[in-house]
Write a new protein. Structure first.
Length: 208
């Protein structure tokens, strides 16, 4: 039987994206939706990488399976890097995507369009039960729109216009996002690492 790879996320949209990116690997990819009894760990890290490693390690040890988890967020230059690691809860605990988007637009209300530069950042961490780990990072530059646009995606997708485009991620749709997004870039690199790992077939090579 193939080795299990658990995706350490409760976000069904994110899990669907990652399943697409990791499709075809010789791993049985599962997500936390298949294991609702597992509590979520506290994201106590101070960086995307710390939180990604924390989540991957927590779920790996809780299940005994290999785990891949990420921490990602939006970094806005005019807000000194906010919302950053607090992107998912920018408007407060339990906030929705709409709540977070409204707060972001309010914070940028007086910022001219030329100064609304931003980037999405994603750190993807892989942890093996033998103690080995690996991290990859992806980023996509862009700017923040003046108002939400588009109907697809989630999070800040209706506000983020990637560099080289005039449409938001929510307007561009899944096919473009899966190719150029921060998460796609990080997990495509992680996919290559997992392919190499499978080819080597040695737990001794599973460490950074």
């Amino acid at each position: 039987m193939p080795e299990i790879l658990l995706l350490g996320t409760t976000n069904t949209h994110k899990a669907a994206e990652l399943r697409e990116i990791l499709a075809g690997l010789p791993w049985e990819v599962r997500c936390l939706a298949d294991h609702p009894a597992l509590p979520e760990p506290g994201e106590t890290g101070h960086t995307f990488e710390e939180n990604a490693r924390l989540k991957a390690s927590y779920y790996c040890h809780a299940t005994g399976w290999c785990c891949a988890a990420d921490d990602s967020g939006l970094v806005v230059d005019a807000l000194d890097g906010a919302p950053g690691i607090y992107s998912a809860r920018y408007a407060g605990p339990g906030s929705t995507d709409d709540d977070n988007n409204r707060r972001l637009l309010n914070e940028l209300a007086m910022v001219p369009e030329a100064q609304r530069t931003a980037r999405f950042v994603c750190c993807a961490a892989f942890v093996h039960p033998d103690g080995g780990s690996h991290v990859e990072t992806g980023a996509v530059e862009g700017r923040i729109a003046l108002e939400p646009r588009g109907q697809t995606g989630f999070g800040y997708d209706p506000l983020f216009i990637p560099e080289g485009y005039d449409q938001t991620f929510a307007e561009l749709g899944a096919l473009v996002k899966q190719r150029i997004s921060h998460r796609a870039r990080a997990f495509q690199r992680l996919r290559q690492y997992l392919e190499d790992l499978d080819a080597r077939g040695s737990s001794n090579s599973r460490r950074d």
